[in-house]
Design a protein around this ligand. Structure first.
Ligand code: HPA
Length: 251
């Protein structure tokens, strides 16, 4: 994140398969509170190379909070209060696009939000005026570019585009739902991409998604989705994700 605003730590929100970040030289851990409640886990402060980093386990550590019950507002606000202005959200996703199979890494460029009932704005309650933020480009161009360049520097083959379809979960989708999402233009399906991205945008933070495909989406292979398949793809692909994170913090 070499063009990050000076001195601000970079926030990394780790999802399924990334509850802790090996390689992070930990300098502290803080349990914090926000006006929106408590984040999923203590903030882990450290350095990745020369870059100060704050790591937050999206589903808690150990992994116990399902996607629809994550307090996304508290997570983003806690990072913001800790000085973070650039966030990388690491998300396990299902692959819909034919080139995005298990263990493939994607830096998506668009979102379609199918979630419902999640608190998904800071702009509610006792307001002085109504705010509608622009969300045309949900991911920050600079943060995306740095991740994409990090992949190139490590010769890791990734996809530098993709539409992330955010579903409610915690169940996986039906084959017909995935067919509909494909018609809508989705390349990936995941349960945690929203409202995380929009809340970062509301706070004026730069946000990018690093998606690790952990299974073919429902109906995209000849078998049902199993935890064994997901765990194998995490084992295979998470080293690319970690390597990209490390490379993106260098320089
Ligand atoms: N669907 C939704 N979320 C997911 C999937 C999926 O197939 N895989 C990982 N997260």
């Amino acid at each position: 994140m070499s063009s990050r605003p000076a001195q601000h730590p970079v926030g990394i929100i780790g999802g399924t398969g990334l509850t802790t970040l090996s390689g992070l030289e930990i300098t502290g851990e803080r349990s914090v509170d926000t006006d929106w409640g408590q984040p999923s886990a203590p903030l882990v402060e450290g350095r990745l190379g020369d870059q100060p980093v704050i790591f937050l386990a999206r589903h808690g550590n150990p992994h116990r909070i399902p996607p629809h019950q994550v307090n996304y507002r508290a997570n983003l606000r806690a990072l913001y209060d800790a000085g973070v202005r650039t966030v990388v959200g690491v998300n396990a996703v299902g692959g819909i696009h034919q080139d995005m199979g298990p263990a493939h890494v994607v830096v998506p460029d668009q979102i379609i939000d199918y979630t419902w009932g999640r608190p998904s704005t800071f702009f509610e309650g006792e307001l002085e005026h109504v705010t509608h933020i622009d969300f045309t480009w949900p991911y920050d161009a600079d943060a995306r570019r740095i991740l994409i360049e990090a992949a190139a520097s490590r010769k890791t083959t990734i996809s530098d585009f993709g539409v992330y379809g955010a579903t409610q979960g915690p169940r996986l989708e039906t084959a017909a739902e995935i067919r509909r999402m494909e018609r809508d233009g989705c390349d990936l399906v995941g349960m945690t991409g929203m409202p995380e991205a929009v809340l970062a945008a509301e706070l004026g933070m730069r946000y990018a998604c690093l998606g690790l495909v952990v299974n073919w989406a429902a109906g995209k292979s000849d078998h049902i989705i199993t935890m064994e398949e997901i765990e194998a793809a995490i084992d295979q692909g998470m080293s690319s994700v970690k390597g990209m994170l490390e490379a993106s913090m260098a320089g």
